[in-house]
Write a protein that binds this ligand. Structure first.
Ligand code: CA
Length: 465
């Protein structure tokens, strides 16, 4: 009897230990802004809607390529979505750092770096479709006559990473890589050719400029370094966008935080909630190495003298900035999948103190964090994931945020009362480029299953309402 009890105890211990170790892999990526890999984000509010234009990362070829141009939108800053590409002729090109959609002349202008040269594009709506300002609306290598800055003799056009700023007097300025700046003419496409260089106390390589004005003070933020050594510094002017500048003593406002494991806060943006003194700083982080970056947002705060406080970098996000709904998603505490991709130990690029391992368990599709994901094994050709709601519930909606959504997905959604007999209730057989994929339902069920037919076999988040 004692032996049997002991055996039972041992078996229980075994299952508890196995349960704990398999149920609690860590998510070292926290909760980035959107459930995808994006970098060089420019965020703005248009008619109470947040727009996020960015570089689409996660295509596994380093700087050789990028994902297509899309614009993520949100009404509350928590739930984000995009549908299709907003710049058709730029699909298939290397598309970086599009800047915000600048409203002028009754139109919207963006200034992406395409195949490593800046171009100006225009649309009637911030949703696009954008096209090049100069016909023909097409691209070829190394660059076309439509580049934003023009070649000088045999020298190719300068620079990447345009940042546009329009002052209160309507004069527009453009800032770009290596501390360059110029006045932009009223047509929003030709540039005063007397370029200037912003004088900064730090002289190493710089890109990703950020420019904004608050309480009559102009702020110029510029990056230093790159990869896990990326950081942001700033200078300010009370006179004009092109100076003369003041050089605050504590001018590094974002740098690697070893304690919190946040590496290389780089190219992002500053944005303001209209009608308030609330400012936010968005930045990419080098947690997955190379061009597998995700973008995070923290508050940007100022001292009374107008200087910027070092940003309190966190992976937690800032939550809802506008409250639009109190709809609560169902907490999914049990899930399983056809397979789980083995852990990935991420190699560092510049900082040997960098340590990070990514796990891909099914529960990461239900943890409310945009930095964690379920990914199937590479050889799983019939992959699925099941959400177990613990009891039969009436379900109104399913929203699936697949991994690498800009390459498109086809899938089926099924439901079941017992986990054995399944009925199709959603999905689509054709590949659609969007995120999330939404199925409106009115179904009583305990289990839901997604089978991925086309597209990357993984899910960042699956929300069930
Ligand atoms: Ca997740």
């Amino acid at each position: 009897m004692l032996g049997l009890l002991k055996l039972n105890w041992l078996l229980c211990s075994f299952f508890i230990v196995v349960g704990l170790t398999s149920a609690q892999p860590k998510n070292p990526f926290g909760n980035p802004l959107v459930p995808d890999m994006i970098a060089d984000a420019s965020i703005q509010v248009i008619d109470s809607v947040f727009y996020c234009y960015a570089t689409t990362d996660g295509y596994d070829k380093g700087l050789e390529t990028s994902g297509p141009p899309v614009v993520w939108k949100s009404r509350d800053f928590v739930n984000w979505s995009f549908s299709g590409c907003h710049f058709p002729s730029a699909v298939g090109q290397k598309y970086w750092a599009p800047s915000t959609a600048v409203a002028a002349n009754g139109k919207y202008y963006i200034y992406p770096t395409i195949n490593e040269f800046m171009y100006a594009a225009v649309a009637d709506s911030p949703d696009g479709p954008f096209k090049l300002l100069h016909e023909p609306d097409t691209f070829y290598l190394p660059y076309t006559p439509a580049t934003f800055l023009k070649p000088k003799g045999s020298e190719p056009p300068q620079g990447i990473d345009a940042e546009i700023f329009i002052d209160d007097d309507k004069q527009a300025y453009v800032f770009w890589q290596r501390r360059h700046a110029a006045r932009l003419n009223a047509d929003m496409v030709t540039v005063d050719t007397s370029y200037t260089t912003i004088p900064t106390p730090h002289q190493e390589y710089s890109e990703g400029p950020i420019f904004f004005k608050r309480n009559g003070v102009y702020y110029y933020l510029y990056t230093l370094g790159g990869d896990e050594k990326y950081q942001y510094a700033y200078i300010m002017s009370r006179i004009s966008p092109l100076g003369p500048f003041e050089f605050p003593e504590n001018d590094i406002i974002a740098t690697t935080n070893y304690e919190r494991g946040i590496f290389g806060p780089g190219h992002g943006c500053v944005f303001n909630l209209p009608g308030t003194d609330e400012y936010y700083f968005a930045y990419l982080e080098f947690g997955r190495g190379s061009t597998n970056r995700q973008t995070y947002v923290n508050k940007l705060e100022f001292n009374d003298d107008g200087t910027i406080r070092p940003v309190d970098l966190t992976f937690d996000g800032v939550g809802a900035l506008y409250q639009i709904t109190d709809e609560k998603k169902i907490t999914v505490v049990n899930s399983r999948a056809s397979s789980i991709c083995p852990d990935l130990i991420i190699k560092y690029m510049k900082d040997s103190l960098f340590r990070r391992t990514e796990s891909f368990v099914s529960q990461f599709a239900f943890d409310g964090a945009n930095g964690s994901r379920w990914v199937a094994s590479p050889d799983d050709n019939d992959c699925w994931i099941i959400a177990d709601l613990s009891k039969i519930l009436t379900i109104k909606r399913s929203e699936v945020y697949f991994v690498r959504p800009t390459a498109g997905h086809a899938y089926t959604l099924e439901h079941s009362a017992d986990g054995k007999t399944w009925t199709i209730c959603g999905g689509h057989p054709d590949v659609k480029v969007q995120s999330p994929h939404v199925d409106n339902l009115d179904i009583k069920a305990r289990y839901f299953r997604v089978k991925i037919q086309e597209g990357v076999k993984g899910i960042w988040e699956w929300n069930i309402y």
